[in-house]
Design a protein around this ligand. Structure first.
Ligand SMILES: CC(C)(COP(=O)(O)OP(=O)(O)OC[C@H]1O[C@@H](n2cnc3c(N)ncnc32)[C@H](O)[C@@H]1OP(=O)(O)O)[C@@H](O)C(=O)NCCC(=O)NCCS
Length: 190
């Protein structure tokens, strides 16, 4: 399966290349979610990846192709989190308990430069062939050496079994986001 796979940096290209893969990832999250399933069912390329790609101050998008077909991607961002951004609750989170943590933990001092592993997805037929490894190696390298971030965060939707992979990469559990609908993991960059 390694045959015919190649990787292309799309950071300065159109994110459109990931439309179908992103929609598959959103469907995967919705399918496995136990809490707030309806929230995940509303997530799409148009309302998640596209705006995140357009709004990030610093980012990296690496896409895996099999011949001409995109079969996986990793997307990372880096932004400075102000006190206001830390406290901000997105519209979709208005239904959660007021004192539940948002995307960032209470202990995070602000302003803080944060890198986020926004998304990682490999098409089912291509899993188990080290494509994820190649993409996460790139992601860790980018966060360590290019992002300039003090902390790296990754968010795992409830019902998804991918957390052990992030723990293997060095992430530690941070906190439950919005009543545990998502779990946040982090690394402090030394
Ligand atoms: C998770 C995912 C990206 C892994 O991609 P992949 O190409 O199959 O992974 P690889 O073949 O490169 O495996 C890399 C390593 O991670 C391990 N791994 C893969 N998925 C794992 C998981 N869910 N939990 C723990 N370890 C995992 C592999 O065993 C392998 O370990 P090794 O290097 O010690 O052998 C892929 O299964 C996927 O897209 N899953 C669905 C989407 C998803 O959950 N994305 C994360 C959203 S936060």
């Amino acid at each position: 399966m390694g045959k015919g796979i190649f990787y292309k940096d799309y950071t300065n290209e159109s994110v459109e290349v990931c439309r179908d893969l992103c929609n598959e990832l959103m469907a995967h999250q919705a399918k496995h979610a136990i809490k707030a399933k309806e929230l995940f069912e509303k997530m799409t390329f148009e309302n998640r990846l596209k705006p995140a790609f357009e709004q990030a101050t610093a980012k990296s998008l690496l896409v895996a192709f099999h011949e001409e077909t995109p079969v996986g991607y990793i997307f990372l961002t880096a932004d400075t989190i102000s006190k206001k951004v830390k406290k901000h609750r997105p519209v979709w989170a208005s239904g959660f308990t007021k004192d539940s943590n948002g995307l960032f933990p209470d202990w995070l001092h602000t302003p803080a430069k944060i890198a986020t592993l926004n998304s990682l997805y490999i098409s089912p037929d291509y899993r188990g062939n080290h494509i994820g490894k190649y993409l996460t190696d790139h992601g860790m390298n980018w966060m360590n050496n290019e992002s300039g971030a003090e902390y790296f965060f990754v968010y795992v939707s409830n019902g998804n079994n991918v957390a052990p992979l992030y723990v293997k990469l060095g992430f530690k559990y941070s906190h439950p986001v919005f009543d545990g609908v998502i779990d946040a993991y982090y690394i402090k960059n030394n």
